[in-house]
Write a protein that binds this ligand. Structure first.
Ligand SMILES: O=C(O)CCC(=O)C(=O)O
Ligand SMILES: [Fe+2]
Length: 965
């Protein structure tokens, strides 16, 4: 009964209630609930059907067919079918077209990571090195330049470019942008000529830019018609009915299409897209044509511009002026450009749909255009957004205040804790838990605090096995090998995490046994450190990897750098002021570090502890197999690695945290995977016993075979001797991918059964079937638990991040305010790029003193009077440029500061003032920096150092490099 307003009880709840009642033997309740469940299910079904039918009638595509009299209930209109027929045909057309041209569509799916690399133009980084190596300098330069444009903070590439610039045989034209989009290239050229007062050329390039713009727009928009993009994990739960699904996908595509405005207005290396990009073309054009005395065109472009901004005072004024010059009658016959009219119409319709989606389903839409008439957004939404903006502004302010308070508190706390630290000296010298392990040096002997040197933590065989694992993973892996070190151009670097190693093991690329050894030895180190440093709370892994650094033979000459610059693991070391800042990008949650060394057959590569100045060495450790240097990850322990000048140095680098929310989730996954692979009968059993127990073991023994040829013989014999497992049960067990403890038990039973009767008995089959089920179930459980473990750390991490990085919150909320559709005065502020109004550029010379005063006082604009038509001084032109082309009169022009620009709405005189600006302060600074760096003998290199500046020693360990290349 809907009229009563109480919602219908969900029938699954009712069903559950019935089942529960059943176990309690509450039969009445069973009946009541089950009946209700059935009834409600039927109701739900009926309601859904009714809704869809009546909606089909209400919102049919096209009018219901006339002459039918009463509409067929629920039929909708026949045109609906026509509409869907078109959809089906389009899908078929696209699908067959793509398949024919590209093969199976799934073939070309790429991960987001890969897509991002391309977006970042990473391929050109590699290309430039390659071309440089084969001495194709022009191509190397173009690649370097192309890469640099999208990565303007890339210090190394900047050095390379400077280096190339000095080389003989390199031409200025070589510095090309191989990825330049034609519309942007033309636009920039247009702007360049415009600012040089070459208006004829400017117009030609802006016209070309427009053509290219519409071509690019078409492509950008149609590329939005791809797969539905799920946010995060929500695809797991995504279930929507036909029209909702279509709506979601369609709105997403529309949003993407609207975003093309932004895409196309963006250029690499610019942090912001050009504002009002498309309209600005017509702004430049009208003025360029005017200056070329092409009044028809000027009028056409002014009118086109006014399609976007019909109330723009200056443009209206310009139009009036041009019309008067050309003759009003003639001017009237000139219309705005059709293509733009259509573009606007189309875009507005899209915006209406998007706002509908926003209003009805809460699917956010942020209009990227500045010209959308206010009433396109429903009033309800407008009011809501206004309220939200106000709230956001308030929150920003409050957060700002809070931040100040927090800063004060943190300062106080810092003082307290440094004083505390002086009093409570952490204890060390706890047990090392294993008989073999030796404490070789303590903090005292290492001239510091929270330091220890242990030996014999793992055996020689284990060292070799782990080094082999690193090399095998690098070889079989994904391009790790030969990767330049993130710390020095004179070494390469390869790393593998525990999870990656286990996955490789699972895929058979490396021995699973070695991956397990990696896991186990790092756990051993963790336990020992926890005990040795007498920690009262557990130590958790926060990151671990097995990493080898290799000297590049031909790059050792005259080398003065370190293999790993001096740094602190949990703060950013600013060595010239002896300070360490505990802030991101440092991994501030790290509390202890340990490096387990695997070999010593290389030259250099000593580990050093230093003072905070990063220079004074306080202790030095020569790596060797089984040796561990363990230390507190804080500012008491700046450290680095000396240059490796020959050979390969391998180590397991481990970082620990006392904060469980920072526990490495990859490691938990690795552990789960390892658990799945390990049978309860493991190393303790001989292969013989194992084989007798279960056919599954063949896989295990195969692994053993790889490792030790001796065992193979035995185990082979054993396999031959073991009673033949029936084909069926063999198959079943082969099919069970991963034997977990539970299923193993069942399998054992099944093999017992099979042993007893060589033929397949019904019983054995049943048991094996059960075992299969068991395995599936337990697999599911492991999968589920994996999911949970994967997900839960994220949440805690997230919340941790929030508390740690409060300043970010402010930024974020600021962004929110920035992103809300810009209707405010502020957002209409004229920016340097839009050819807008500059108050000061007002030409004063021609205006009578009185008018000058008036203008200054009231900021009021007077339309050019008819009498003044021949006086270009009052023309709606750009006062910031010499009016050499305007009727031969020169005028005094004032160059103004962008800060002096007026807000939209205030009277304005000058038009396109988008002068090409000199480099900003930041750019200028970069240039000088580059010059200084250039003195250092730049060399092309494919690595990305990025963040660390000369003063700051980044606390990032090799891990960070993973993210960079
Ligand atoms: O490999 C070493 O000895 C030290 C490495 C290190 O300090 C780091 O990666 O943070
Ligand atoms: Fe380190």
């Amino acid at each position: 009964d809907f009229s009563s307003g109480t919602p219908l009880e969900p029938y699954d709840f009712l069903f559950d209630a019935a089942v529960e009642a059943y176990y309690k033997a509450d039969w009445l309740s069973v009946i009541l609930n089950m009946e209700k469940a059935l009834k409600n299910k039927a109701t739900v079904q009926r309601v859904k059907a009714d809704c869809r039918l009546s909606c089909a009638n209400q919102t049919a595509y096209g009018e219901p067919l006339a002459g039918l009299g009463v509409p067929v209930p629920g039929a909708g209109s026949v045109e609906d079918l026509g509409f869907f027929q078109k959809i089906l045909k389009r899908a078929d057309c696209v699908n067959s077209c793509e398949t024919e041209k590209l093969g199976s569509p799934t073939l070309h799916l790429v991960s987001q990571e890969v897509e991002l690399e391309f977006k970042k133009r990473t391929p050109y980084n590699y290309l430039q090195v390659a071309y440089f190596k084969i001495n194709k300098l022009d191509k190397a330069v173009a690649a370097a330049n192309t890469f640099f444009l999208a990565n303007p903070d890339h210090v190394e590439m900047k050095q390379n470019l400077d280096y190339y610039r000095m080389m003989a045989g390199v031409q200025e034209e070589d510095f090309r942008d191989l990825e330049a989009s034609p519309h942007m290239a033309e636009f920039l050229l247009g702007k360049k000529y415009y600012s040089d007062d070459s208006f004829g050329l400017a117009a030609a390039h802006f016209e070309a830019a427009l053509d290219e713009y519409f071509t690019a727009d078409k492509e950008c928009r149609v590329l939005c018609e791809g797969a539905y993009r799920y946010d995060g994990y929500n695809y797991m739960e995504y279930s929507a009915d036909l029209f909702q699904t279509m709506t979601d996908h369609y709105i997403q595509a529309l949003n993407c299409k609207q975003h093309c405005t932004v895409e196309l207005a963006s250029a690499p290396g610019r942090d912001k897209p050009f504002e009002d990009f498309l309209p600005s073309h017509f702004n430049y054009l009208q003025f360029s044509y005017y200056n070329s005395e092409k009044y028809e065109k000027a009028i056409e472009c002014a009118k086109t511009y006014l399609l976007f901004h019909p109330d723009d005072e200056v443009m209206n004024q310009n139009l009036n002026y041009y019309s008067a010059v050309l003759g009003e009658d003639k001017a009237k016959t000139i219309t705005a450009r059709q293509v733009v009219k259509q573009h606007i119409q189309h875009s507005l319709l899209e915006k209406e749909l998007l706002y509908f989606g926003y209003d009805a389903f809460g699917i956010t839409f942020v209009d990227p255009d500045t010209w959308t008439p206010e009433d396109v957004m429903p009033k309800k939404l407008r009011d809501k957004q206004k309220a939200e903006r106000e709230t956001a502004a308030r929150i920003t302010e409050e957060i700002g205040n809070l931040m100040k308070e927090i800063e004060v508190l943190v300062e106080e706390k810092k003082k307290d804790s440094t004083e505390m630290a002086k009093i409570i000296v952490p204890q060390e010298g706890g047990a090392v838990l294993y008989d073999d392990i030796k404490v070789t040096m303590t903090s005292k002997q290492l001239n510091g605090s929270q330091r220890v040197l242990l030996d014999k933590v793992i055996s020689d065989d284990e060292c070799r096995e782990l080094q082999r694992l690193s090399n095998a993973a690098a070889l079989k892996g994904d391009g790790y090998r030969g990767r330049p070190s993130p710390h020095t151009p004179s070494e390469t670097f390869q790393g593998v995490t525990v999870l990656k190693a286990v996955k490789f093991g699972q895929e058979g690329k490396v021995p699973l046994k070695s991956s397990r050894l990696f896991f186990d030895s790092s756990e051993k180190v963790r336990k020992v450190l926890e005990s040795y440093f007498r920690l009262e709370t557990p130590l958790y892994f926060s990151y671990s990897h097995l990493v080898c650094r290799s000297a590049i033979e031909e790059k050792q000459e005259g080398r003065t750098d370190l293999s790993h610059p001096v740094h602190v693991d949990n703060c950013v070391l600013v060595s010239d002021v002896n300070e360490c800042v505990k802030e991101p990008p440092a991994y501030t949650h790290r509390d202890y570090s340990a490096i387990l060394y695997l070999n010593d057959d290389f030259e250099g590569g000593e580990f050093i502890f230093t003072e905070l100045d990063a220079k004074t060495v306080t202790a030095e450790v020569r790596p060797q197999c089984g040796r561990v240097v363990g230390f507190g990850a804080g500012k008491e322990n700046p450290h680095g690695v000396r240059a490796i000048t020959k050979g390969q140095r391998c180590a397991v680098a481990l970082w620990f945290t006392l904060n469980p929310s920072h526990e490495e989730k990859e490691r938990i996954q690795a552990q789960e995977l390892l658990k799945m692979f390990s049978t309860p009968v493991n190393a303790e059993f001989s292969p013989q016993e194992v084989n007798a127990k279960s056919p599954k073991v063949t896989e295990e023994s195969q692994e053993v075979t790889e490792e030790s040829p001796k065992v193979t013989e035995d185990s082979q014999k054993v396999t031959e001797e073991t009673p033949k497992v029936t084909e069926e049960s063999q198959k079943v067990t082969e099919e069970t991918p991963k034997v977990t403890e539970e299923s193993q038990k069942v399998t054992e039973e099944s093999s017992k059964v099979t042993e007893e009767s060589p033929t397949v008995t019904e019983e054995s089959l049943k048991v094996t079937e059960e075992s299969l089920k068991g395995t599936e179930e337990s697999l599911k459980v492991t999968e589920e638990s994996l999911k949970v473990t994967e997900e839960s750390p994220k949440v805690t991490e997230e919340s941790q991040k929030v508390t740690e990085e409060t300043p970010k919150v402010t930024e974020e909320s600021q962004k929110v305010t920035e992103e809300t559709p810009k209707v405010t005065e502020e957002s209409q502020k004229v920016t340097e790029e839009t050819p807008k109004v500059i108050e000061e550029s007002q030409k004063v010379t021609e205006a009578p003193p009185q008018a000058q005063q008036e203008q200054a006082d009231k900021k009021q604009n007077t339309a050019p009077s008819k009498e003044k038509l021949d006086a270009p001084a009052d023309l709606p032109n750009d006062m910031t440029k010499p009016a050499a082309k305007t009727a031969g009169k020169t005028s005094a022009k004032t160059k103004t500061d962008p800060a002096a620009q007026t807000k939209a709405g205030s009277p304005a005189k000058a038009k396109p003032a988008a002068k090409v600006k000199p480099a900003t302060k930041k750019e200028a600074k970069q240039k000088t920096q580059a010059k200084q760096e250039n003195k250092k003998n730049p060399k092309p290199a494919a690595k990305q150092t990025g963040k660390a500046s000369s003063k700051k020693n980044s606390a990032s360990d090799s891990q960070s490099s993973k993210d960079e290349l």
